[in-house]
Design a binder for this molecule. Structure first.
Ligand code: UD1
Length: 425
């Protein structure tokens, strides 16, 4: 496993160009199966999760060409309907291909998906919703086999607004003759991006971005060209880095979908201003804590920013409380932050109390998941001395050109490979 060496203690300063959103790109890549034609997808981040999606598409029989951040997908020859098991184990969102394959080919077969370990992450809502839509679902030796049976109009009310289940229903129902309505749908901006992508192929979906989405089946979808929205979690991560190093960043090409996070950052004392699709964040003095941060469904505070905000609160005067309401075990960054001198008490895996300290120590720590790993890099940037972050493959799943972007804003960061190359020269 690869590692980062970070020498901290310097303010970050400069511009960061925000990449396309991972959580929008992944379902959009799955949706490229639908039209049986050409999809030109721009602003696609070059991250390992996107590369896994491309491998899945190729294994299904699609032709995929990459030109920088543009992917050209020709899905005419998709013949297989079984999603590759090894690739599924690499990434949870691979389950989203099931909906697309059911819509396009009438069937799909897949195994339980992998992904970051954030506690139990079942797919019961995906399966239950397929059944309500008239799709037969059976299990054979761990493989889940779905086949379109009777098509009919239906209303599906989700027990909780699951992002993945909402997307899978949208994908599975967008072709055919019937209408599907999702109640208590997830309202995340990335779902709106998926709606816009499918509609750019001639689909008829309305309501994404709210808790009720209606999908009208279409007989045929056509070629399309689309640009993926910006990554609000990448934006948020860089904002926390500016705050934790008392730095100043200008983020370009932002999503404009980070209101809950910006409120928290202003609450601790950051100065944030907007101009068009740019955001400037500046932090001059020791930050004030005493906050109560609770994660929730959009537009509430995003769970994907919980590790980074926890890292930030370790440097904010006073005692803050964090409640993780989405995932049962999104707490694996806590022990690593404690190794860096953070004063955090865990009541259980969802409730933590953070007491601000003046500074963190450099330490050797381990990334345990994507966002927790990014939080450790931010912590290392604020600590005096050299920290080592192990298992950075988790971080590379979701941050495009991470080291390059950090070097550009003045961070001393090197991969183990760069250090070995330096020693050879
Ligand atoms: C997506 C995001 C992820 C984000 C999460 C919550 C992508 C690729 N990933 O993940 O970054 O952290 O939304 O905003 O977009 N659940 C069930 N049964 C199901 C489905 C979900 O119990 O069938 C539970 C999950 O265990 C979790 C909660 O519902 O506790 C929310 O999960 P969900 O919204 O589905 O997250 P993902 O789509 O996996």
């Amino acid at each position: 496993m690869a590692k980062y060496h970070v020498i901290g203690g310097k303010k970050v300063q400069g511009d960061v160009l925000i990449s396309g959103a991972k959580n929008a790109a992944l379902p959009i890549l799955a949706a490229a199966v639908l039209n049986g034609g050409v999809s030109v997808i721009k602003n696609c981040p070059d991250i390992s999760d996107v590369r896994v999606s491309v491998d899945i598409l190729r294994k299904l029989g699609a032709y995929v060409d990459c030109d920088g951040n543009t992917l050209i997908i020709e899905s005419k020859d998709i013949g297989k309907t079984a999603i590759d098991r090894k690739l599924m184990e690499k990434m949870r969102s691979s389950v989203i291909f099931a909906g697309s394959l059911i819509a396009r080919c009438g069937e799909a077969a897949f195994f339980a998906p992998g992904g970051c370990a954030l506690g139990k992450r079942p797919i019961d809502m995906h399966i239950g919703s397929f059944k309500k839509m008239g799709i037969d679902v059976r299990e054979e030796n761990g493989e889940i086999i779905c086949g379109k049976n009777k098509e009919h109009d239906c209303i599906i009310e989700l027990p909780v607004p699951s992002v993945g289940a909402t997307e899978n229903i949208m994908l599975a129902s967008c072709m055919g003759k019937s209408m599907t309505r999702i109640k208590n749908a997830a309202a995340e901006p990335e779902i709106e991006d998926l709606q816009n992508f499918i509609n750019s192929m001639g689909g008829k979906i309305v309501g994404a971005g709210s808790s009720e989405i209606t999908i009208y089946g279409c007989e045929k979808l056509h070629d399309c060209e689309y640009s993926v929205m910006s990554d609000r979690i990448e934006e948020g991560t860089f904002m926390c880095m500016a705050a934790m190093t008392c730095g100043e960043l200008n983020l370009k090409n932002i999503s404009g979908k980070n209101k809950a996070l910006e409120e928290v950052l202003c609450g601790v004392g950051c100065d944030i201003s907007h101009s068009g699709n740019e955001l400037r964040i500046k932090t001059e003095k020791m930050l004030k804590g005493g906050l109560d941060v609770k994660t929730g469904y959009y537009p509430q505070f995003p769970t994907d920013m919980q590790p980074q905000i926890t890292a930030l609160l370790t440097l904010c005067r006073g005692e803050s409380r964090i409640t993780e309401n989405i995932f049962e075990s999104r707490d694996r960054h806590i022990d690593e932050l404690i190794k860096m001198g953070a004063d955090i008490k865990k009541r259980d895996s969802r409730n933590f109390t953070v007491k601000g300290t003046d500074r963190l120590n450099a330490a050797q720590v381990c990334a345990r998941d994507l966002r927790g790993g990014a939080a450790l890099v931010a912590a290392a940037m604020s600590a005096e001395g050299e920290s080592i972050i192990n298992d950075i493959e988790y971080i590379q799943r979701g941050y495009e050109k991470f080291e390059d972007k950090l070097k550009n804003i003045g961070v001393s960061i090197k991969t183990e490979k760069e250090i070995c190359d330096d020693e050879k020269n």
